[in-house]
Write a protein that binds this ligand. Structure first.
Ligand SMILES: [Zn+2]
Ligand SMILES: [Zn+2]
Length: 213
């Protein structure tokens, strides 16, 4: 069984990487970080001919949640975000205006994540990994199977890490999350970051200027 269909679309002024994962055979999909441009995301979901089960959020910053309410209206998918980022999620309008942008009020979430929880779609599943630091509720998602992928949100980037000077950020916590929960994963594991290009766990463990061990 090869991996699910995976398409990553950079959306919005900050080019947040939104990913659609679809099991075409089972006609079930999940969406990670529908941050902006909801019409484009909905079209991409429709192109898979799958039903979107859930909108999963790596964290509650506005650039990752700005399209959520509209994608939810179009698809009926459940909204999920870690409980510790609920205050950020609820403050979407205030966050956007802090960056000089406008946003519509958020739709209420349907649930959070437990650390290690499995989130199924079709024949596949994502594991939620709680990685506090960039925000208190930051969560990475790991797709298992033949073509494993880690979705690292704004916790780990190619040769960088997430900023910790925003609401609830904590530099010691992000470094501990990266080293204890991400750098223990396999060397060749592909990482799709919240912004910018992909990387691998091994590359960052060796060469990340902020977190290398
Ligand atoms: Zn962020
Ligand atoms: Zn971001």
């Amino acid at each position: 069984m090869s991996g699910p269909l995976l398409s990553t679309i950079p959306v919005g002024p900050l080019q947040c990487n939104c990913t659609i994962l679809a099991d075409v055979e089972a006609a079930e999909a999940v969406v990670i970080d529908p941050g902006d441009e909801p019409e484009r995301i909905v079209r991409a979901i429709e192109a898979t001919k799958c039903r979107a089960l859930a909108l999963l959020h790596t964290h509650g910053h506005f650039d990752h949640i700005g399209g959520t309410a509209a994608v939810r209206r179009a698809t009926g998918a459940a909204i999920r975000i870690h409980a510790a980022d609920r205050p950020l999620y609820d403050a979407l309008v205030e966050q956007a205006s802090f960056f000089g942008l406008a946003a519509a009020p958020p739709a209420p979430p349907d649930g959070g994540f437990a650390d290690g929880e499995s989130i199924p779609f079709g024949r596949f599943a994502l594991e939620a990994i709680h990685t506090p630091g960039h925000t208190p509720g930051s969560t990475c998602f790991r797709l298992d199977g033949e073509s494993p992928v880690l979705f690292s949100g704004d916790t780990l980037f190619r040769r960088s890490i997430g900023r910790t000077d925003l609401w609830g950020g904590d530099t010691d916590a992000i470094l501990e999350s990266i080293r204890r929960k991400l750098f223990v994963l396999s060397d060749g594991l592909r990482v799709v970051c919240g912004h910018g290009p992909d990387t691998t766990i091994g590359e960052e463990r060796r060469s990340n200027p902020f977190a290398a061990v």
